[in-house]
Design a binder for this molecule. Structure first.
Ligand code: SF4
Length: 147
């Protein structure tokens, strides 16, 4: 954070130049650095995190998780948007609505399930799902409807 506080967006291009939307992300990261200035000032509340540029609920949930904080929500990225409706615990494609639906049916102590679904989506429940090797098929609405 101390380095970001002194950086300009172009300084970050060599590191994140292959990331989608990197120019905006570099701008947001530098803005965050200039605002926060020190690692010890990194906020951990959902409200403070989502007030920072480029930080939505998904990133805030990830940051809180990495910091060892108890989850205030469920991580919903593009993988979870695909996986949760297939499993039958959410509908639609709006991440905020999907997060709310998951929070309504999954006890808070299991809200880390968002990260688990994200990894499942990256490895197994791909756009072309590998149901044959999936350990969730016993519980999965999509699998039950399509087998
Ligand atoms: S059984 Fe198939 S559709 Fe269901 S979660 Fe696994 S890979 Fe995805």
């Amino acid at each position: 954070m101390q380095s970001l506080a002194k950086a300009v967006p172009e300084d970050l291009y060599p590191f994140i130049g292959k990331v989608r939307n990197f120019a905006n992300k570099a701008k947001w990261l530098v803005e965050i650095g200039h605002t926060i200035k020190k690692n010890s000032n990194i906020p951990l509340s959902m409200d403070e995190l989502t007030a920072l540029p480029g930080i939505g609920r998904k990133s805030a949930n990830v940051i809180r998780r990495e910091a060892g904080e108890a989850p205030e929500g469920v991580i919903v990225d593009l993988h979870v948007v695909r996986v949760a409706p297939r499993l039958g615990i959410a509908t639609g494609a709006d991440p905020k609505k999907i997060e709310k639906q998951i929070m309504d049916v999954v006890p808070a102590k299991y809200w880390d399930a968002g990260m688990a679904m994200s990894f499942l989506g990256r490895e197994i429940c791909r756009p072309q799902p590998k149901c044959d090797i999936c350990f969730m098929k016993e519980y999965c609405a999509y699998y039950k409807a399509n087998r």
